[in-house]
Design a protein around this ligand. Structure first.
Ligand SMILES: C[S@@+](CC[C@H](N)C(=O)[O-])C[C@H]1O[C@@H](n2cnc3c(N)ncnc32)[C@H](O)[C@@H]1O
Length: 214
């Protein structure tokens, strides 16, 4: 699978489902107290760091970006899918959203106080993760917090439809937190905590808290 292939497939898949994804996920944080708590903790770390811009990478329709904004964080969103960005701008016209890829993050060095990637790394193949984490380290200020959310597991599967039966062609990579932690350390992050979510009845997930080493 070449890089352009999976990126193009992921982009067109989320372009196809953007409106229905937004409809299904709107208000979802209200039913996920542990994610809300993680975001509150993250927001507290950002305030302690003195505030400043925070990138939500793979922001989708921007509901998490907006939640952070509601916690007093100067959050903006970046997503691979132009249709997702259109929906994010429609739903949150007062916030900033840009099309872009975490594989080629178009942000200046040390230009954000913190970075969030919620369930967007799940589409990035293993061999591209070190370069993505290299970009995360490059753009986050020294000492700045990082918050990642992803599916736990060992399998990768091809998702061929979703969000109301729309056709998709997107790989979903489940990972063990110990693997993601190792990649983060190699990229120059210190991992501080991991929360394990949804162990009964849901797809298991992990939220990792880290910060950029100086
Ligand atoms: C499952 S959705 C998660 C959206 C949002 N973060 C949330 O928590 O609801 C995955 C998102 O990641 C985006 N994405 C996938 N690969 C990406 C990449 N290389 N760069 C930026 N965004 C990407 C997709 O377009 C999609 O909007």
């Amino acid at each position: 699978m070449n890089a352009d292939g999976w990126l193009a497939d992921t982009r067109s898949s989320y372009d196809t489902v953007a409106v229905s994804y937004a409809d299904q996920l709107r208000g979802a944080l209200a039913g996920t107290p542990y994610l809300r708590a993680a975001l509150e903790l993250f927001a507290g770390m950002i305030h302690t760091a003195g505030g400043g811009p925070v990138a939500d990478v793979g922001c989708g329709p921007g509901h998490v970006t907006a939640h952070l904004h509601g916690l007093g964080v100067d959050a903006f969103g970046i997503d691979l899918s132009p249709a997702m960005i259109d929906v994010a701008r429609r739903d949150h016209p007062d916030l900033r959203f840009e099309v872009g890829s975490m594989t080629d993050l178009n942000l200046a060095d040390a230009s954000v106080t913190a970075l969030l990637a919620f369930w967007s790394l799940i589409h990035v193949p293993d061999d591209a993760i070190p370069a993505v984490f290299g970009h995360f380290r490059r753009v986050v200020r020294p000492g700045g917090p990082l918050l990642l959310g992803f599916h736990i597991g060992d399998e990768s599967r091809l998702k061929t439809e979703g969000y109301g039966g729309h056709p998709m062609k997107v790989h979903v990579h489940h990972r063990q937190p110990v693997q993601v932690t190792a990649w983060l350390r190699d990229a120059g992050f210190t991992v501080e905590a991991q929360w394990l979510l949804g162990l009964d009845g849901h797809i298991p997930g992990a939220v990792l808290f880290a910060h950029r080493q100086s």
